[in-house]
Design a protein around this ligand. Structure first.
Ligand SMILES: [Zn+2]
Length: 323
């Protein structure tokens, strides 16, 4: 175990390693970027590295300290997350007690503030005081979906580290190493994960993810071949679908695949490569028609109707796709 197991965030790794190596770690780090990019996972890894008894600029994952962090029982790690809608000043004030004595075991005490953008103004001001004059052994790791959601005063006290998209190839190799997926599934998941390792992992950790994809495929093929009567039945069924957005994403990616495959014949460009057979069989839809269908689905996704109007909007969408 170690930083090598985390993929796609070389910049964050480099900064932590440099800090640990030179003994000049920053007291505040702000990790920002969209959901599921591994910001919190990385903060935990940094906490392990600070306290690992086996490694200097990395972590082993197996020493007593690493194990305690894995189990969430390390006395020198404090994790703050929103309670309800925000992070309150009382939560920040508790850091004072936590940080009043030096670390019990490791090199440093670590405070992780998850979704720091949800701090109330008093909470942020209270944190600012701690960031201005932290004890030598206290380190903060903040996460936020975007930089501009954090007060500038906090930003100026932190080292800023963007968490970007992870490339498809990296996700593919990560999954190949860490899962039992078959080649086609690996490719499919790596595409669908949309640059997020977290999304890839949550996809494959759901025991029904394959069933779900099969269900989505069946539905889509019905949309392509259905008669009017079917359309209305389908609209009704879809209106009750809990994960309607999810299905629409699938539908859109399937339509794109049909367009790409029938204009290039290159299966390496497909997202749903596990459904190559079905995509290849849809060769009789004109590209213009496919483009229109994609536009309609995109439009529908943008204005995903409220539950009450869903059925009618879906009927309209399906009729348009048919027509
Ligand atoms: Zn360790």
């Amino acid at each position: 175990m170690g930083f090598n197991d985390l993929i796609g965030q070389e910049k964050a790794v480099k900064l932590i390693k440099e800090g640990l190596g030179s003994g000049r770690l920053n007291h505040g780090y702000l990790y920002y970027g969209p959901e599921n990019r591994g910001k919190y996972t990385f903060s935990l890894a940094a906490a392990r590295a600070l306290n690992c008894s086996q490694e200097k600029e990395d972590y082993c994952g197996t020493c007593l300290s690493c194990q305690k962090i894995n189990k969430g029982v390390h006395p020198d790690l404090w994790v703050i997350e929103p309670q309800g809608k925000n992070i309150k000043i009382e939560q920040i004030k508790k850091i004072k007690g936590f940080s009043s004595s030096p670390p019990h075991e490791g090199l440093g005490k670590v405070v992780i503030i998850k979704d720091a953008q949800l701090m109330t103004l008093p909470a942020a001001n209270s944190l600012l005081k701690l960031l201005e004059e932290p004890p030598s052994y206290l380190y903060f790791f903040l996460t936020s979906p975007a930089l501009d959601l954090i007060p500038p005063t906090i930003i100026s006290r932190c080292q800023l580290v963007p968490f970007g998209r992870v490339s498809r190839e990296e996700i593919y190799y990560f999954l190949a190493k860490n899962s039992f997926l078959e080649e086609n599934e690996l490719k499919g998941v790596a595409h669908l994960a949309d640059g997020s390792v977290g999304k890839a992992l949550s996809m494959i950790s759901s025991p029904h993810w394959k069933d779900k994809r099969e269900k989505y495929l069946k539905r889509t093929l019905k949309v392509f071949s259905g008669k009017e009567g079917d359309i209305f039945a389908q609209a009704e069924e879809l209106a009750n679908e809990e994960e309607l957005f999810d299905y629409m994403e699938f539908l859109e990616s399937f339509l794109r695949d049909c367009l790409v495959y029938h204009s290039t014949g290159d299966k390496d460009l497909l997202i749903n490569v596990d459904f190559l057979h079905e995509i290849a069989a849809e060769g009789n839809i004109y590209p213009d028609k496919l483009l229109n269908m994609i536009k309609e689905v995109e439009e529908f996704k943008k204005n995903l109707p409220l539950p009450l109007n869903r059925r009618l909007s879906l009927e309209a969408l399906l009729v348009k796709m048919k027509g």
